[in-house]
Design a protein around this ligand. Structure first.
Ligand code: GUN
Length: 296
C-alpha cells in the first residue's frame, strides 16, 4: 500500500499564519515589529534564492526584515562589525548569517559573534549546549520542523525507534537530541556505520540528512515507518534539465513506508516557517512578554 505523503508545505503555511497572528499582536503590544536580520556574503545563487525567500516570508508574516548583501571579499573584521551592530540594534530580534561563507571567513568565529539570544538559527555553541542540557534557547530550524511534523502525524513518540542518518551540527545532532527528549530510542547513523540498511530497518522513524541523492532505498525501510527526507539534491533529469530529489528513493520508499515527506514540498518549507517561529519567540522573550506555551 502506498504511504501517506506528508504535506509539509501545507503544514508550514498554517504555521506561518499562526506566526502572523502573533506578529501582529506583538506589534500592537509594543509599537514595533519583530525583526529578523539576514546577512549574505558573496553571490552564491542558491544562497541568494534562500535569503530572498526568507526576507519575503518575514515581511508576509508581518515582521520587519533587515537584509544585508556584502561582497564576497568582505573582511572578517567588517562582517564581525556588522554582526556587532545587529546585536546592539533593539529592533532586531533574530540574526541569521547565511552559510556557507566564502573561503577565508571563519564560520565558527562569525556564528560565535552572534548574541545567543538573537541566534534564531540555533547554531551558536551556547544554544547547542542549552539544547543538550534541556535549557531554553534556540533549536536549529530544520530539526525542529521535523519534530513538529512527527508530532502532528504520530502524536506521542514515546518508545519508538528513531534512526537519524547524518551527524551534522545543523540537522543530525540536534535532531537526535530532540528525539531523545521526545522519549524515542535514537540511533545516529553516519558514513562509517556498518550494515546501514539493517540499521535503518530498525526505525519506526527515519530521518535522512546525508546530502546523497536517493541513497536510502525502499528495501531499507521498515514497513509502516515514518520517513522524513531532509535532503535537497539537484540532479540531471532525463530531458537534460535538472530536478530536485531527496536523500531517499521516494518511489521505492513510498511503497513500504507508512508516511513519507516529498522533495520538494516536505521538510524544506518547514525550515523557513520555523525560522519565523524562532524570531517571534525571540521578540516576545526580549520584551519580557508571554507567548502561550504551545502557541507555536
Ligand atoms: N544555509 C543553508 N541553510 C541554512 C540555514 O538554515 N541557516 C543558515 N544560516 N545558513 C543556511
Amino acid at each position: 500500500m502506498s504511504a501517506t505523503v506528508i504535506q509539509g508545505k501545507a503544514f508550514a503555511a498554517r504555521l506561518r499564519d499562526r506566526i502572523g497572528d502573533h506578529a501582529h499582536a506583538f506589534e500592537a503590544k509594543t509599537g514595533r515589529k519583530a525583526g529578523l536580520a539576514v546577512v549574505l556574503v558573496g553571490q552564491d545563487p542558491a544562497s541568494q534564492v534562500y535569503v530572498r525567500s526568507k526576507a519575503k516570508a518575514t515581511v508576509e508574516a508581518g515582521m520587519g526584515s533587515f537584509e544585508f548583501e556584502l561582497p564576497a571579499d568582505t573582511s572578517e573584521a567588517t562582517l564581525l562589525a556588522r554582526v556587532a551592530e545587529l546585536n546592539a540594534n533593539p529592533d532586531v530580534d533574530g540574526i541569521l548569517v547565511q552559510l556557507p561563507l566564502p573561503n577565508g571567513l571563519d564560520e565558527l568565529k562569525v556564528i560565535s559573534a552572534i548574541d545567543p539570544d538573537k541566534d534564531v538559527d540555533g547554531f551558536h555553541v551556547i544554544n547547542a549546549g542549552r539544547l543538550c542540557v534541556g535549557q531554553k534557547g534556540f533549536v536549529p530550524c530544520t530539526p525542529l520542523g521535523c519534530l513538529m511534523l512527527l508530532k502532528d502525524l504520530l502524536g506521542d513518540l514515546s518508545g519508538k525507534e528513531a534512526v537519524v542518518i547524518g551527524r551534522s551540527n545543523i540537522v543530525g545532532r540536534p535532531m537526535a537530541q530532540l528525539l531523545v527528549d521526545a522519549d524515542t530510542t535514537v540511533t545516529i547513523a553516519h558514513s562509517k556505520t556498518r550494515n546501514l540498511p539493517d540499521v535503518v530497518r530498525r526505525g519506526d522513524i527515519v530521518i535522512a540528512a546525508v546530502g546523497q541523492p536517493e541513497m536510502v532505498r525502499g528495501s531499507w525501510i521498515k514497513p509502516g515507518a515514518t520517513v522524513l527526507d531532509v535532503g535537497i539534491n539537484r540532479v540531471e533529469a532525463e530531458d537534460g534539465k535538472t530536478r530536485l530529489v531527496g536523500d531517499v528513493a521516494f518511489d521505492e520508499a513510498r511503497e513500504v513506508a507508512g508516511a513519507i515527506t516529498p522533495v520538494p514540498g516536505g521538510v524544506g518549507p518547514m525550515t523557513i516557517a520555523v525560522l519565523l517561529r524562532n524570531t517571534i519567540v525571540s521578540a516576545y522573550r526580549r520584551e519580557g512578554l508571554e507567548l502561550a506555551k504551545d502557541a507555536l
